[in-house]
Design a binder for this molecule. Structure first.
Ligand code: PEP
Ligand code: MN
Length: 686
């Protein structure tokens, strides 16, 4: 009888190993639970997320322990570096407010399961420690519609690629839609060549894949002259087609996951033009997120610059002056504005930080249009190290400290000063000493020019608007006006032709070669009208309709803001500020007469407002003598007076047959009347 205990068999040893592995996972879970408690603790304080000293200490401790137990110190360092980096990302997710908010989040992406878009969406949710339901949709439009209609909570869209560059379609979505970037993901694209049999690549005749993927493997594919590259719906579908065809001369390029799903052989891994191909994705949501200032953040925005020399440079200078580092600058064409561009900018910074807020304020003043697309935790950044501590107030470079810093000689923008008595600062000439010049196609409004806006009070018929458009153009008018959504005093009066009228106005403007302007009365009308009209008008009755002002402030279209019937100049400028504060700097003020005790005219045209405004604001000022007087014979003399006192233009009502007009016939000029007005105007010397 032997006293030796029997040696454990392989089965038992494996069971022991399983036990140890399970214990390790349990310990990891316990560690993360403690990390969660630490994150909560930090949430209530200003303590930085990363503590490099503490990280060094942890690594040194585990290395020493590993060594004393006869384990490899580098292995312990490697494993613990991973664990620490995951813990930090969990703390960031928790501070970013995206963790544990919903038990399951639905994410829309374009394509089918196991495409890169799907895999990136999975990676994004995993990094947020969220569980997800992934919804693959065939087109980008469907992804956006699903998000807008709340069918999904998030959409993950590819925005740029380290080989192929920017994905323009997605930039256009960001410009057009009222959606917010709430996160980003950097996904490593592994392009694999797969086929049904393990044959050499030289045996292949056709290679299927998504066009973007084929572009990224162009060098590999062109080195196989016998094989033809064929664009396919997406990488997953290409794999499926290869598997179903069972043709060994057919291959697909896609993810290794998709190849495995169809039991294909991977002939070559990493067939891309670069060793490492990264795809940057943006996560879009219906509402913006606010992120703790300790989380390294990026802010994305769109801006249109003023039509001045060095305008873009001045905008970029603002970022530099506030110490915000720009990570991306992309230009895209401005819709319907040939050879004009909008700039998409990403910078490292959080809008909740003072310096970022000040920089954005300064940018609003400098740019013609600015839209903030989102502020979100940064993942795709060129630099490895990120500072997670807030700069002390003294580290923020005050802009006034370098007044000569701008190359164009203009003083650098001053940070906003809280002034109790003034409701406007972006509109204030003190913030922007030079006149704002607004460009509509080749036309400049503001500065030294004088523009004539002419057309009927309301669009009534195709014939009426076409005849008027051609006539006023012939006499030298620059912009065609015509109401289609009409603010009428009584509900039984003609209310305008609505969208049908908008189409007639747009067609008439196009035929005459004139840009058009028309009024918007509701928030819903803003986008519809902005698509067709070159300028949006806010009528006198809506001058203090603040939600409407904010809505027109969000689109990249000039806005003509009429003075309210009983509004002071200061109230009017405060109303303009609502538009400017949303990022739209293209505001034109229009004096159209105010209510006084005087009844000889419909309103009292306050021409003194022009000289006051020229002093107080840099915005262009236009005068409307039609509504200002209400009587045809008074219109031309007041138009001339407007030019004489320094207005930047006039807006007048013209009708082929004013006595038959459906609205404002008494104040509308007939064609000869308009001709006489224009002749007189050319004689006015300023
Ligand atoms: C108009 O311009 O047609 C109009 C309705 O003007 P206001 O808002 O100035 O009355
Ligand atoms: Mn009118």
């Amino acid at each position: 009888m032997s006293s030796e205990t029997p040696k454990p068999g392989l089965k038992e040893l494996r069971q022991r190993l399983n036990q140890v592995d399970d214990d390790m996972v349990r310990l990891l879970a316990k560690r993360l639970e403690t990390v969660g408690l630490i994150a909560k603790e930090k949430a209530g304080s200003t303590q930085a997320i990363r503590d490099p000293e503490r990280e060094r200490e942890v690594l040194a401790r585990v290395e020493t322990l590993a060594q004393s137990l006869g384990l490899s110190a580098p292995l312990a360092r490697k494993i613990f570096s991973e664990i620490i980096s995951y813990s930090v990302s969990r703390q960031i997710a928790s501070l970013a407010g995206i963790e544990g908010e919903a038990s399951e989040v639905s994410v829309g992406y374009q394509g089918s399961p196991l495409t890169y878009n799907n895999l990136a969406a999975e990676q994004y949710l995993a990094s947020q420690n969220l569980r997800g339901r992934f919804v693959g949709l065939p087109t980008l439009k469907l992804v956006i519609d699903s998000l807008a209609s709340a069918a999904v909570d998030l959409a993950l869209l590819p925005i740029e690629n380290t080989v192929a560059g920017s994905i323009n379609q997605v930039y256009d979505v960001l410009r057009e839609q009222d959606l917010h970037i709430v996160g980003e993901e950097s996904y490593r694209v592994e392009l694999c060549l797969a086929a049904t049999a393990d044959a050499p690549a030289s045996a292949l005749r056709r290679i299927l894949s998504h066009p973007l993927a084929l572009d990224q493997c162009s060098a590999f594919v062109s080195a196989l002259p016998q094989a033809r590259a064929e664009p396919f719906l997406d990488t997953r579908e290409a794999m499926r087609a290869v598997a179903e065809a069972k043709d060994p001369t057919l291959a697909a390029i896609g993810s290794p996951e998709a190849a495995a799903a169809h039991e294909l052989h991977i002939l070559n891994r990493n067939v891309g033009n670069q060793d490492e191909i990264l795809m940057r994705y943006v996560a879009l949501a219906r509402a913006p997120v606010s992120v703790d200032v300790r989380v390294p953040c990026k802010t994305s925005l769109i801006l249109s610059t003023r039509h001045e020399k060095g305008a873009l440079l001045r905008c970029l200078h603002i970022l530099a002056e506030y110490g915000l580092s720009m990570t991306k600058l992309e230009s895209r064409p401005r819709p319907n504005r040939p050879w004009e561009y909008m700039f998409f900018i990403d910078f490292e910074g959080n809008v909740a930080e003072e310096r970022a807020a000040l920089a954005l304020e300064a940018l609003r003043s400098e740019a013609l249009y600015l839209k903030i697309l989102g502020c979100y935790p940064a993942k795709a950044t060129p630099a490895e190290a990120q500072t997670t501590v807030l700069p002390e107030a003294s580290e923020i470079t005050p802009v006034e400290a370098s007044p000569t810093a701008t190359s164009a000689g203009r003083p650098a923008p001053s940070p906003p000063v809280a002034r109790a008595s003034k409701h406007y600062r972006l509109a204030d000439r003190a913030t922007h000493p030079e006149d704002t010049v607004i460009r509509v196609g080749s036309l400049l409004i503001g500065g030294t020019g004088f523009v004539v806006i002419a057309g009927p009070c309301s669009v009534e018929s195709e014939d009426q608007i076409n005849r008027t458009a051609l006539y006023v153009r012939e006499q030298g008018a620059h912009i065609l006006r015509g109401g289609v959504f009409k603010p009428r005093t009584g509900p039984y009066a003609f209310q305008g032709l609505g969208r049908e009228g908008l189409d007639l106005l747009a067609a008439a403007g196009k035929a005459a070669g004139l840009p058009i302007i028309t009024e918007v009365m509701t928030i819903e009308q803003v986008r519809v009208v902005a698509e067709k009209s070159d300028i949006l008008q806010i009528g006198a009755r809506n001058m203090q309709n603040f939600p409407l002002l904010s809505a027109v402030g969000k689109v990249d279209r000039p806005v003509l803001l009429k003075r309210g019937l009983s509004s002071t100049i200061e109230e009017w400028l405060a109303a303009a500020e609502y538009i400017l504060a949303q990022g739209n700097g293209q505001v034109i003020l229009c004096e159209r007469g105010i209510r006084t005790f005087e009844s000889a005219t419909r309103n009292t045209l306050d021409l003194s407002a022009v000289v006051v405004l020229r002093e107080r604001t840099h915005l262009p000022i236009v005068v409307d003598p039609s509504h200002g007087t209400g009587k045809r014979p008074y219109v031309a003399p007041m138009a001339w007076a407007a030019r004489a006192c320094g207005a930047h233009g006039i807006s007048v009502e013209v009708h082929p047959n004013p006595d038959q007009a459906l609205s404002d016939g008494d104040q509308s000029l007939d064609f000869p009347g308009f001709k006489a007005l224009m002749e007189g105007l050319s004689r006015v010397r300023v």
